[in-house]
Design a protein around this ligand. Sequence first.
Ligand code: KG4
Ligand code: ZN
Length: 361
Amino acid sequence: MIILGIETSCDDTCCALLKKQGNFEVLSNIISSQIMTHKPYQGIFPALAKREHEKNLTLVLKNALKKAHLLEKKQNKTKDLSNILSRHPVLLKKLSIFLKKYKKPKIDAIAITQGPGLEPCLWTGINFVKALAFSWNIPIIPVNHLKSHIYVNLLQKKILFPALALIVSGGHTQLILMKDKNNFKLLGETRDDAAGECFDKTARLLKLDYPGGPEIAKKAKSVMESSIKLPRPMINSKNYDFSFSGLKTAVLYETKKRKLNKKIVQELCFEIQQSIIDVLLKKTIKASRDFKVKSIVLGGGVIANEELRKQFKKKINIPLVLPANNLCTDNALMTCLAASCNLRQKDWKKLKANANLKIHG
Ligand code: KG4
Ligand code: ZN
């Protein structure tokens, strides 16, 4: 079967096509990043992100179908989409032109991120796929974005169960016990800021660009150690929860106390990164021992961090499954993979975004 995946939960407009025939074959994986749009504001504005999704979705879909050799020209009669896309006039115009010009592609289902994420962004993707499902008469499979960050690993590797999953993204930091592929138990999560959010917010304090994670990683590389010490919040707590807002406050305090020069910024970056890695690593190892898991699975944008990958590979002594660098941050291939693991269709008329969708249940 061929699955079209669409992901618009945050600031990336993503479409991918995945073929599943025993093995997985990636037909295309297109990402239109909004980083340049959000950079001047050093963070994401949901209304702006929604507008960018509306502008870009149709073109990203076209490029994904073209790359997968599934785009065929033909003058089509189109159905009236003005009801479904009444809140998205730009999208309505662009998609209607596209549907008139191109045939229904040879795909079997459309996978869409239902949540968690930014509500206006999720709704844009959902209304887009509702219009596609209605036009092409194709089933929709809604997926959980957090599960997608885990399932993306299935492209390369098998996961041994029971497994411990660590999701570290811009919005989430969670430790999850997986008894099997479809069984998720939340062991712990952040009580305040997510690790990615901490990278982004401390980068802003250091006057670095958005997104902060890759910027901090770049600066951290220039030094071998830091003379400034920062806290490792909750590193020795008995539970599996995290907290990163204290780290952010400590960085704020350091920036007030010192005059920021190149070396101090580099050292602070080194220490921020190491503090986050230390906490994540220690809690992951503790949970993996407590629950006697057979493998550890990583996912989410922060897992793209080179130093984190290196230290996890060195310190974890059971099978470690982690996505390719370019599949850690948001993409629609992971949406396709999540759908392929649980082909539960949903009547598109009843589909709703859920900005707070939980990993369990
Ligand atoms: O998973 P993701 O693309 O979006 C969410 O679902 O939130 O994660 C984005 C987060 C951002 O906070 C970004 O700063 C962080 O991932 N990130 C990194 C790196 N690349 C992206 N953090 C640390 N090091 C990196 N190389
Ligand atoms: Zn994500």
